[in-house]
Design a protein around this ligand. Structure first.
Ligand SMILES: [Zn+2]
Length: 253
């Protein structure tokens, strides 16, 4: 288990990660990145890291209302995702790949798109879903995880997608959130509130994902906050930290 606090300057023998200059996070849906790595991204942004969000699907199934206007929901969720990025300290830079929610595949076309954004933004660190997490039900999360891993490989090797006309790029680290076997914890003490604010920016998801039927219902918002804080405490506890986010770290890219 390795840990990385804000004070860590360089990747050393402990495996601690330096604050990246640019981090690119890939999620299946709007809100996945905030759940998986929001506090880590907020910590890095506070130290000057540029954040780029990549959302693979259009989020058009993120409602329990059978009569919802889905075209409007897609636009709403894009706005919410930009707000969430800003709540983490980012500029709101979000790439929406727009694949239909629930129907994401990890084929060659999707891999091309992920490799292209990695080559375009040239991040030091890429983050995404762990595709190898056991008993994961949602297919989009599995596929987004495989796209993250496969996209890094395609972006780093010069002979992949020669028609892309973008120079190849090798990130220095890949962090997989919701990890099946976490081996790296980022110390996120002080950044829980940014994560919670970013999650609450996904207002259309309060009911279906966060258990908040009414944003004015303080006890429901409080219960959600406690849930997030409990997860940060649990993951931090893996490395003896008060609050942390746990990842599978792959640094031999
Ligand atoms: Zn999701």
């Amino acid at each position: 288990m390795t840990t990385s606090g804000a004070a860590d300057g360089l990747a050393g023998p402990s495996g601690a990660l330096a604050i990246p200059r640019r981090a690119l996070a890939i999620g299946a849906h709007p809100d996945d990145i905030e759940f998986g790595a929001g506090a880590t991204l907020a910590k890095w942004a506070a130290s000057g890291c540029e954040l780029v969000h990549v959302v693979c699907t259009d989020g058009s199934k993120g409602t329990w209302d059978p009569d919802e206007d889905l075209a409007r929901l897609v636009v709403t969720r894009q706005r919410e995702q930009r707000d969430a990025s800003r709540a983490l300290g980012g500029t709101g830079e979000v790439v929406f790949l727009g694949w239909p929610d629930g129907e994401l595949e990890s084929g060659i076309r999707q891999r091309y798109e992920i490799a292209a954004v990695i080559r375009r933004f040239r991040p030091d660190v890429v983050l995404g879903h762990d595709p190898w997490r056991r008993y994961r039900l949602h297919p989009d999360h599995r596929h987004a995880g495989f796209l993250t891993v496969d996209g890094v490989v395609a972006a780093r090797d010069p002979h992949f997608f020669p028609e892309m006309a973008l120079p190849h790029h090798r990130p220095s680290a890949l962090l997989l959130f919701e990890a099946d076997e976490p081996d790296h914890v980022e110390d996120v003490s002080g950044f829980a509130e940014a994560k919670i604010s970013a999650l609450l920016a996904h207002r259309s998801q309060l009911r279906s994902t966060m258990g908040v039927d009414d944003p004015g219902a303080d006890h429901q918002v409080k219960a959600f906050r406690e849930e997030v804080l409990g997860t940060l405490a649990d993951q931090g506890g893996l490395a003896g930290l008060v609050q942390g986010e746990a990842f599978k770290a792959i640094t031999d890219l």
